[in-house]
Design a protein around this ligand. Sequence first.
Ligand code: IMP
Ligand code: MG
Length: 177
Amino acid sequence: MRDIERVLFTQEQVETRIAELGEQITEDYRTKDLVLVGILNGAVMFFSELAKNIKLNAGFEFMAVSSYGYSSKSSGVVRTLKDLDRPIKGKDVIIIEDIVDTGLTLQYLMETLKVREPSTMRICSLLQKPDANLAGIKVDYLGFEVPDDYVIGYGLDYAQRYRNMPFVAVLKPEVYL
Ligand code: IMP
Ligand code: MG
C-alpha cells in the first residue's frame, strides 16, 4: 500500500507472538478470576486474537479513553469516553492496550481502575515505544518494541484509517507531516 514506509511485523509474526503471550497468561492466571479490559478502539484486533489464545474462562470488559491528540501528547489530559459495564472488585484484571508511547494513557487507566479494588491489575500491550517508561509504566506482557515512528495496522490508526491492516507498519511521514 502506498502510505506504508515499511512493514515492521507481518501477520504471521504478530500472531505467533500473540499466541506466546496467550500461553504465558494462561499459565499465570490458572487459579485467578481473570477479566480482560480492552481499550477501544485500537486494542480490538489484539484483544480478539489474544483472547482466543487464553485457555481459561475470562470476562470481557471494554473502556474507551481520549487523549488530546497525538501531537499534543505532552499535555497528558486523558478522559473516559466509555466506562466498564461491570465492577472489577476482587477480579484479576489485565488491561489490553495497542501501544504505549508516553505511558500517560495507561497511567490514567491504572489510577482510574485501582480505586475500584481489583485483586490484581497488570498491563498487556501489543507494542511499546522507547519513551514508554516516562510515566513509570511497566508493561507486564509485551508483544514487541517499536521505534519512535508512527505505526499503523493491527488495530492502530492514523485519523481512523489503516486499523484493519493485518500487520504492523510504519506510516510514511509525508502522510502526517
Ligand atoms: P500514550 O498515552 O502517549 O502512551 O499514548 C498511547 C495512545 O496513543 C495509544 O493508545 C494510541 O492510541 C496512541 N498512539 C501512540 N503512538 C501511536 C502510533 O505510533 N500509532 C498509532 N497510535 C499511537
Ligand atoms: Mg489507543
